[in-house]
Structures are given as C-alpha cells and as structure tokens.
Ligand binder design. Sequence first.
Ligand SMILES: *[C@@H]1O[C@H](CO)[C@@H](O)[C@H](O)[C@H]1NC(C)=O
Ligand SMILES: *[C@@H]1O[C@H](CO)[C@@H](O)[C@H](O)[C@H]1NC(C)=O
Ligand SMILES: *[C@@H]1O[C@H](CO)[C@@H](O)[C@H](O)[C@H]1NC(C)=O
Ligand SMILES: *[C@@H]1O[C@H](CO)[C@@H](O)[C@H](O)[C@H]1NC(C)=O
Length: 416
Amino acid sequence: MLLIVVWWMVAIMGAFSDPQANLLSAGCSQYKVDSVPEFTKNLNATLLDLGAQLNSSKYFATAEQARGTAPVFAMVQCRKYLSTADCVACFAIAAKQIRNCSAGINGARVIYDGCLLRYESTSFYDQSTQDGHYGACGNQTASPAYQASVESLLSDLQIASPKIPGFFATSKKEVVGEKSVVYGVTQCVETISKAGCQDCLAVAYADLQTCFPDADGRSINVGCFLRYSDTPFFADNQLTDLKPFLRNGSKSKKKVLIAGLVGGIGLLLLATAILFLWFQLHKKPKSVPREGDILGATELRGPVNYSFKDLKSATKNFSEEYKLGEGGFGEVYKGVLKNERVVAVKKLAISQSHRAKAEFEKEVKIISNVHHRNLIRLLGCCSNGPELLLVYEYMANSSLDNFLYGNLNFVRTSCS
Ligand SMILES: *[C@@H]1O[C@H](CO)[C@@H](O)[C@H](O)[C@H]1NC(C)=O
Ligand SMILES: *[C@@H]1O[C@H](CO)[C@@H](O)[C@H](O)[C@H]1NC(C)=O
Ligand SMILES: *[C@@H]1O[C@H](CO)[C@@H](O)[C@H](O)[C@H]1NC(C)=O
Ligand SMILES: *[C@@H]1O[C@H](CO)[C@@H](O)[C@H](O)[C@H]1NC(C)=O
C-alpha cells in the first residue's frame, strides 16, 4: 500500500516537473575562432554565469567575456511557465547539447520547447529575426473550427505580448462546437525592443500559417518563440490575462478625454485629426521582414547579400547628409536599415567586370566571418545594383575611419 502511494506521488511529481527538453532546432557555425583554447575557456565561464543566474530564479540571462582576443556572448531563456528547477534542468541539457558542436566554432544555438541557449563571438542581443526562420509543424490535422480558434489565439498573443513586460504571454481558447481547446505561448528575447518583438512575432505568425491546419506548431527564430497545441503544455494558473493589452486603455476614459478636448479646443483637434489622417494615408505601409529581407548578420549562413534598393533607401539615396567621409576606394555613408539597425555603407569606386564581381563576393564571404575585437564587422555586400557596396557594423568612433580608410587590402587584391 505504502509502495503504491509512493509510486503515485512520484508519478504526480513527474507530471508536474518537466523541463520540456524536446529539441526543436540546433545549429553550429561553420567558422572557427583564432584562439580556440581561450574561446573555450571564455565559453565555459559564460555558461557557468548563465547557470548561476537561472539558479537565482531568473528566466532570461546574458553573460559575456567581452575582453581579450576571444570574446564570447551568450544568452539563455526559459519559458516562464516552467519552475526554476525545470528551467535550470532545461539549461543543463542545452549546455551539454551545445557542446556537440566542434570546439572553437564562433557560434551555436539550441532551441527546446522549454528553453533556448545561444552563443556567438559578437553581440547578437539586439537581433529580432534572421534568415533561416521556419515553422515546425505537427503531424495531426485538425478541424476548420480548431484552426479558427488558433488564428484568433495567435493574433491575440501577437498583439498583447510585446506590450507585456518580459514579452511573455500564455493563453488558451475553447474551440466552438467542439470539446478541444487550443493552448498558446509567445515569448520574445528580452534584449530586443518592443518593435523588434512585434516584427519577430509577425514573421513567426506567418511561419505558423504554413502549419495550418495542423493541430500544433512552433515557430523557430532568433528573437521570439510562438507555439500552439491542442495538448496543454502549461498549468492553468500560468495563464496570462491578455484583456488589458488587447485594447488601448479603457474606452470610457477615452470618451471622457475626447469630449473634454472637443469642448475645449475643438477646432485645433479637428485640424490635428485631419493632418494625422493625411499622414496615415500618405505613409508607406510598414513592411514586415520576410526571409530574404535585410535581417542583420547571419553567423551561421555567411554574409548577407543586401538589395541595392534597400541600401539606397537606408542611406537616403546616398545623400550628403548621411555621408560619413571619403576614403581611397570610395565614399562611406551611414545607413539605417528597415529593422532600425544602423550600418556603414561603403560605395566602391572600382570597375565592375564579371570577374571582379565574382572575386568580390568570394572575398566578402571570407572577410565577413572574421570576428576580431579590433576589426569592424563586415555584415554583407550588395553586388546586384549599379554599384558594388560593402555593409559594415556602424561604430561612432575613430576606429571606423581606421578600418574603412586604412586597411583595405582585401579589396585591392580581389577587385583590381
Ligand atoms: C570547458 O568545459 C568543458 C565541458 O564542461 C570541459 O571539457 C573543458 O575542459 C573546459 N575547458 C576549459 C578550458 O575550461
Ligand atoms: C544552484 O543552487 C543550489 C542551491 O540552491 C546549489 O546546490 C547548486 O550548486 C546551484 N547551481 C548552480 C549551477 O549554481
Ligand atoms: C552530435 O553530433 C554528431 C555528429 O558530430 C551526431 O552524429 C550526433 O547525433 C549529435 N548528437 C546529438 C545529441 O545531437
Ligand atoms: C507524430 O509526432 C509525434 C511526435 O511529435 C510522434 O510521437 C508520432 O509518432 C507522430 N505520428 C505520426 C503518425 O507520424
């Protein structure tokens, strides 16, 4: 009898304690760092640091060893519905799995249902979305009614969670006319902006639409996680109240405010409203980043090939106002990409033969994967427009000039 009770208790405990270490995605960079022993030592230190932070009840942590010749930046995130013990357990599994990449490579990531872990040799904390994102779909088909509930649940989560501190939300919805219930969770990395979270979730939602009408799906990306399922994967007491975040404030308050304003400064309000409407109508629709758009550096996939059109608009058509200077091989401009990332764009004043272009692309691929604290990162290039362009990390200090105007040997050897 006692044995049965003990067995039953263990079973119950087991049911409530689950680190959700179901591996969804794992990736290793193909590029090695220069000093493998130092990088490994730094990686060990950052992973220890992350573990200790989770142990003190955190669900999101970053740690870095940024000095020295082999910098390491690392990030961990647990779903907040997990217990601290489960979060620490998920991390322990992730930390072991991430070692399966060969030693000394400059980046790796693993994503589980319960947590994610990533490290790189340069900071990636502000990355919201990146090439290679996808929807991991289930294998059971659900009904149209279920799908309607999924769409409504995901759209609520997508609207609400960027407004919630910590960017985390769970929700569930009963399916009309059926017994089934759909459960969902969203979570963004805490070091990106609210706008970055919104962008990532829009991409995630689009990725999950490829899963419909499957009964469950998960979106895989660098800045956010979105999952839905017909099986509960968190307890009911972990549900987030989304209502306050689905509307902009309370309606009655708004009415009182508007009435007051109209009474007081009616004409002014009308004029403002007309102006506002005019701007809304003439504003370009906000584009949602898709695969192939400018998404930032891609450590695991080589350099980004930027489109000429995007770089032209990022530099306001290479305007004087955005010009940073002129070097031996052409002019340098500040650029603001669609994802708000600030970059330096160098226009190369070299002839564009077929061979030069091919060499240029090859060289960019090599250079963009060299990560060193004294070098400015080359993020990518553009060779499909009327000019050859190089895109660098933007740094508002003198080292930028040194790199852009000084050491440009790789361009000279490959493109002349
Ligand atoms: C780093 O950690 C790994 C795995 O725990 C271990 O095998 C290795 O010896 C450690 N390396 C250094 C330099 O501390
Ligand atoms: C976490 O804390 C427990 C005590 O609360 C301790 O025994 C354990 O070693 C800690 N783990 C880490 C990784 O710091
Ligand atoms: C670790 O990597 C090897 C190949 O290097 C692979 O065969 C193995 O399945 C990996 N293990 C896990 C747990 O992913
Ligand atoms: C569906 O996927 C689950 C795991 O997600 C697996 O256990 C099951 O066997 C799969 N079923 C079919 C029919 O492929």
